[in-house]
Ligand binder design. Structure first.
Ligand code: BGP
Length: 494
């Protein structure tokens, strides 16, 4: 079975994990720039400084550690001398973009998902005018894409907020950020009109609930702050959709959700209810941003917890009128839940839940699930009836490069083959409207959850290790040639 002729095959990246050049071209500092490296067993940390006494230290990032983030009195996140911050160089797209886009062109990419670095355009987040050098950089990137017929898909904020906005306003819990973001989104949508048609507002907006520093630039992880942070991002997204449609009806703005099918471990009805509640924890984000309305279960929960949103009179009308044009999502596998005790716990990273005996896992405990995309696509299409786009899917592996530069990643090819088949079934057998597929981390980049280099996803290997050593040279993995063949055959030759 093949795919529609205009299907957007490609790969995905994010500035904070890929771009580097963290001080080049007038770029400001982002929240991601103060995150240290971690590992599978040690959480990433946020460094801080007390501006008065110059005392420094660090605390665990909430995502992955599960511990609350409590900054010492008077401390603010900062870059501290002597620490290693993976995002500062990452895999240096900033200086390798021509080479990398040529590699994507060689694979036959129809689309390339990248994120724009907010602080490269507005270094402090709240500047009156954009940084011309930052605008020029992405102009060159998009011109390069055009050479190869590659349509960019641009995330406006992928796990980063200009640090100044976190220090000054506490990140997304402040409504001030709505105006700053809309100034940024409107500026770039106008500037790149004719070059960029597809935009996403916030990467994995629902990660706000577990990784609020990454997803919301919050240094207060209370339920109240997270609820307000999400609400403010919803309103900023709606205003971005409004601005996009005013600029041109060619421009489409999508939501981006972290999604994974959820299974009950047993047929005990208590397990089914537990799974339903867990699923709602994800789906309420798309109920609001794509569906246009807060669901009743969320409003009841806020009432129960005493959470009161700071809103303005037209917020809810805006959310409904300017809901997302399409829904994009990441999906790496599935999660399994139970209310029963004494069931072997899995070692999920971002993917929570317990071990599913029917599935294989990689070294980081992420399960591979041959049916996850078909289930995800059916669930989301039935719920919203809007076009979908899979913008992340893939498998992290500690790939080994041979002396001749080759990388034999048959496990990645097997994973992708199953996932693409599952996606094909959703289109061809179930009639789902799917716009495209961008495999995560198409050129090796830094892991978001752990800050490691050795958790690699790419079709292209980059010579860089967990300490930041390496030449940054690129080499093609076996999966590079395989994906090229898949695209050339419109998905028929898997
Ligand atoms: C998603 C993020 C990406 C990416 C990916 C893989 O949740 O949007 O930024 O990194 O997960 O996760 P990790 O890098 O932790 O393996």
């Amino acid at each position: 079975m093949s795919f529609p002729k205009n299907f957007l095959w490609g790969g995905a990246t994010a500035a904070n994990q890929y771009e580097g050049g963290y001080k080049d071209g007038g770029k400001g500092i982002n929240t991601s720039d103060v995150l240290t490296a971690g590992s599978h067993t040690t959480p990433r940390r946020i460094t801080w400084i007390k501006p008065d006494t110059k005392e420094t230290g660090s605390i665990n990032m909430d995502l992955g550690s599960g511990s609350p983030m409590v900054f010492p009195e008077g401390a603010v996140p900062a870059i501290v001398e002597g620490e290693y911050y993976p995002s500062h160089v990452a895999t240096d797209f900033y200086h390798h973009f021509k080479e990398d886009i040529a590699l994507m062109g060689e694979m036959g990419f129809k689309t390339f998902r990248l994120s724009m670095n907010w602080a490269r355009i507005f270094p402090n987040g709240n500047d009156e005018t954009p940084n011309a050098e930052g605008l020029k950089f992405y102009d060159e990137v998009f011109d390069e894409c055009k050479k190869y017929g590659i349509e960019p898909l641009v995330t406006l904020s992928h796990y980063e907020t200009p640090l100044n906005l976190t220090i000054k306003y506490g990140g997304w819990k402040s409504r001030k950020l709505i105006d700053f973001f809309v100034r940024y989104s409107t500026t770039v949508m106008k500037h790149y009109q004719g070059k960029v048609k597809y935009w996403l507002t916030f990467n994995e907006i629902n990660i706000m609930q577990w990784g609020c520093f990454m997803a919301g630039g919050l240094i207060d992880d209370s339920d109240q702050a997270k609820a307000q942070g999400a609400h403010n991002q919803f309103v900023a997204s709606a205003l971005t959709v409004k601005a996009a449609h005013e600029i041109s009806d060619e421009i489409k703005v999508g939501q981006m959700l972290a999604y994974q099918p959820m299974y009950a471990y047993t047929c005990d009805p208590a397990d089914q209810l537990y799974v339903l509640k867990n699923a709602q924890n994800t789906l309420w984000f798309s109920d609001v941003q794509t569906g246009g309305k807060y669901p009743a279960y969320k409003l009841k929960e806020y009432e129960r917890k005493g959470i009161v949103l700071e809103t303005e009179a037209d917020d809810f009308e805006l959310l409904e009128k300017y809901s997302a044009d399409f829904l994009s999502f990441s999906c790496y596998g599935s999660s399994t839940f139970t209310t029963h005790e004494n069931v072997e716990a899995g070692s999920g990273n971002m993917i929570m839940g317990i071990k599913n005996p029917y599935l294989q896992t990689n070294a980081w405990g992420w399960g591979t699930d041959p049916n996850c995309l078909r289930i995800a696509l059916n669930t989301l299409y039935d719920r919203y009836h809007k076009p979908l786009w899979i913008v992340e899917n893939g498998i992290g592996w500690d790939d080994q490069k041979e002396a001749d530069g080759s990388v034999h990643d048959s496990y990645r090819i097997d994973y992708l083959r199953q996932n693409i088949q599952s996606m094909s079934d959703a289109i061809n057998l179930d009639g789902v409207d799917l716009m495209g597929y961008t495999m995560w981390g198409c050129i090796d980049l830094v892991s978001a959850g752990t800050g490691e280099m050795k958790k690699r996803y790419g079709f292209v290997y980059v010579d860089r290790d967990d300490k930041g050593n390496g030449t940054l040279a690129r080499s093609k993995k076996d999966s590079f040639y395989w994906y090229k063949k898949v695209i050339a055959s419109d998905g028929a030759d898997l």
